[in-house]
Design a protein around this ligand. Structure first.
Ligand SMILES: Cc1cc2nc3c(=O)[nH]c(=O)nc-3n(C[C@H](O)[C@H](O)[C@H](O)COP(=O)(O)OP(=O)(O)OC[C@H]3O[C@@H](n4cnc5c(N)ncnc54)[C@H](O)[C@@H]3O)c2cc1C
Length: 398
């Protein structure tokens, strides 16, 4: 006979990529899952994401890898250019025998809407997954058998466990680590997607992921959806007190890129400057769980974008956590502890290497010249060696 706790749903707070993938993974085990999302609609946010070769094995476990590959664009290379002279600093092939021998899957670029929709569609097909919108989780309490999740509107939702996939600004992380808030870098990102036939000439000519980097800024772009669209990101160091809509804000960005090659100006000219994202990460912490509650995805280990792995880590988390929960169906607390032990170091390394890369990307003067000299000496094989720990994937997923 099943006990009360078996019948209670797993509660997932947050319907981003991490939350939906977790709900799907647990739903596929036959568990009751209740996902609580604060937005009125679990609506994917619409820009491109790069998904490293380590991530597709997780999507395969979820049974969505074919759909993802069908919707994906496969960039042939990562190309880094010096924003001041346009010269290549490195070029890392993402296709060809050397890449394919080494890594478990292709490197892809995909519209986040497409990826999120594929996961949501699979989740909606399972009657045991209940996707709830317009519920903001504020806190939780627990005893040895159940968690009570408090919502902002006064409702209480009872579950067997709580998985907090509530993103970079996670409230639930604050319950575990009250003095820990996100670490702002002073940089902001502006993004756009433009139809390829309306993009500036240079952008149409480059089929890979292209990044031009300078002191206090970088721009990055790559094709999406069969190369019919181009995803564009511009990242700028901006003083806190500058209002985004003010002329001073635009003057500041023009000043930052004033010595850059025309290609940078072309990219910035097609950016959507009305919406921006503050670039922030989280200090790595060892403790992600408290009894029947665990953090997952950005709430556990938000990272800067330098390695383009935030979503990738959230997807790996989802599959690995669900694996531990399947192996310990009656002991979620142990499953959470194992998950945390398994994932802490890999995700902390992503956070810390991304920070180091962030300052290297934005170096100026002699430091930038040394960076260029060092990276130009490296062969693709050298770069692969540096990325093997990440791109070869999680042991658990092999
Ligand atoms: C400019 C930029 C570029 C990026 N590029 C890449 C890339 O190329 N590759 C990559 O892998 N990653 C990339 N990332 C990172 C990636 O977007 C994140 O790491 C990933 O989305 C994290 O997923 P998540 O589900 O943990 O959190 P989120 O996607 O932030 O989802 C959290 C969800 O929780 C909901 N929520 C929050 N609080 C509550 C609450 N209290 N109650 C209920 N619901 C709540 C939110 O509404 C949201 O739906 C990029 C990020 C940025 C900003």
């Amino acid at each position: 006979m099943s006990s009360l706790k078996d019948e209670l749903p797993v509660i997932v707070a947050g319907g981003g990529l991490g939350g939906v993938a977790t709900a799907l993974a647990l739903g596929q085990q036959g568990r009751q899952v209740r996902l609580l999302e604060q937005s009125a609609e679990i609506a994917p946010i619409g820009y491109g994401v790069q998904i490293g070769p380590n991530v597709l094995p997780a999507l395969k476990r979820l049974g969505v890898d074919r759909d993802v590959l069908q919707a994906a664009y496969l960039p042939p290379e990562l190309l880094l250019l010096d924003a001041y002279d346009g010269e290549p600093i490195f070029r890392i092939p993402l296709q060809g025998p050397a890449f394919e021998r080494r890594y478990p899957a292709p490197y892809i670029a995909i519209h986040r809407v497409d990826l999120h929709e594929i996961l949501l569609r699979a989740a909606r097909q399972l009657p045991n997954i209940d996707l709830n919108q317009s519920i903001t989780v504020e806190g939780f309490s627990q005893d040895s058998d159940v968690v009570q999740v408090q919502a902002a509107d006064g409702r209480t939702v009872t579950g067997s466990v709580l998985i907090a996939a509530d993103g970079l600004r996670s409230r639930l992380r604050g319950k575990l680590h009250p003095n820990d808030i996100w670490r702002s870098t002073g940089y902001v990102a502006h993004r756009s997607i433009v139809p390829a036939d309306q993009a500036p000439q240079n952008m149409r000519a480059r089929p890979g992921v292209t990044m031009l980097t300078g002191a206090g800024f970088h721009v990055i772009y790559y094709p999406l959806r069969g190369a019919s669209e181009i995803n564009i990101v511009g990242v700028f160091e901006v003083p806190d007190d500058l209002e985004p809509s003010s002329p001073a804000y635009h003057a500041h960005i023009s000043g930052l890129i004033s010595k850059a090659v025309p290609e940078v100006h072309e990219v910035v000219s097609v950016l959507n400057m009305t919406r921006r994202w503050s670039i922030a990460d989280r200090e790595p912490v060892r403790r992600w769980h408290d009894g029947r509650m665990t953090l997952l995805g950005d709430s556990a280990h938000a990272t800067l974008q330098s390695l383009a792995q935030g979503a990738g880590m959230a997807l790996e988390d989802a599959v690995i956590l669900s694996g531990f929960m399947a192996r310990r169906p009656d002991d979620p607390v142990q499953a959470f502890a194992q998950f945390e032990r398994r994932r802490f170091l890999r995700t902390a390394r992503v956070v810390l290497e991304s920070r180091a890369l962030w300052s290297t990307y934005h170096a100026e003067g002699i430091e930038a010249e040394v960076r260029n000299a060092q990276w130009r000496e490296r062969s693709p094989e050298d770069f692969y060696c540096c990325l093997d720990w990440l791109w070869k994937g999680e042991e658990e997923l092999k």
